[in-house]
Design a protein around this ligand. Structure first.
Ligand SMILES: [Zn+2]
Length: 215
């Protein structure tokens, strides 16, 4: 029953106030999270719960299969605000084994609009793995594809103007790729962290030439 949610909320609020009388008063005045979490929409992967973080400690954006589309104004707005206004220090792109989005992307079936959304996963699958048209994708293959996709999304985010501007301004923000195991509840670091050092080693191109384009 949906009314149960409202009842549970009242109990939760009362418990928080009993433990810390000024809990909500303090939270309502300020949020200063150090982390931005970009994760999958899957209901089994709630950022605060699995990372053991309290309200106010993590800014969150979630979409199907935790993808970075360079034209996604929703995601870009979240990243822009988190990096340039909240000053987060760490951006965690977190995928998970057993992801339905990853599986759907390479299933060969047609699901509709989401087939367009999942194109970056297919792009990764075509460059990292041989096509398995005959036998399909094993669970182990899908796990590898899941990890490869997360690593690619870290790279995609690092290439956005928002992050490059942040590093140019010497902001201390890093991007991490993590994966979560539904079967054991554990987070693992995929070791693909990108820091400001990357930017220093590869500064952006100079401003484009103002010369008229050849037609
Ligand atoms: Zn998922």
């Amino acid at each position: 029953m949906i009314e149960e949610l409202l009842t549970k909320n009242k109990l939760w609020s009362a418990a928080r106030k009993a433990a810390k009388p000024d809990y909500f008063e303090r939270l309502s005045k300020l949020q200063r999270p150090e982390y931005l979490w970009i994760g999958c929409s899957d209901s089994r992967v709630p950022a605060n719960v699995i990372a053991g973080l309290e309200p106010g400690e993590v800014f969150v954006h979630r979409n199907v299969a935790n993808l970075i589309h360079p034209t996604d104004l929703n995601m870009l707005s979240v990243v822009e605000y988190a990096v340039h206004q909240l000053g987060v220090k760490h951006i965690i792109i977190c995928g998970h084994y057993g992801c339905g989005g990853i599986r759907a992307a390479v299933s060969g079936e047609r699901f509709g609009l989401i087939d367009h959304w999942l194109q970056p996963v297919r792009d990764v699958s075509s460059t990292c793995f041989e096509c398995r048209e005959s036998g399909g994708w094993s669970e182990a293959d899908l796990d590898k594809l899941c990890e490869a996709s997360i690593i690619e999304q870290v790279e995609r985010l690092a290439r956005t103007p928002t992050l490059r501007a942040a590093w140019q301004e010497m902001k201390d923000v890093s991007i991490h790729g993590w994966v979560y195991g539904l079967k054991d509840g554990l987070l693992s670091d995929l070791g693909c962290t990108v820091t400001r050092d990357r930017f220093a080693a590869s500064p952006p191109c100079k401003s484009p030439s103002t010369a008229p384009m050849a037609t």
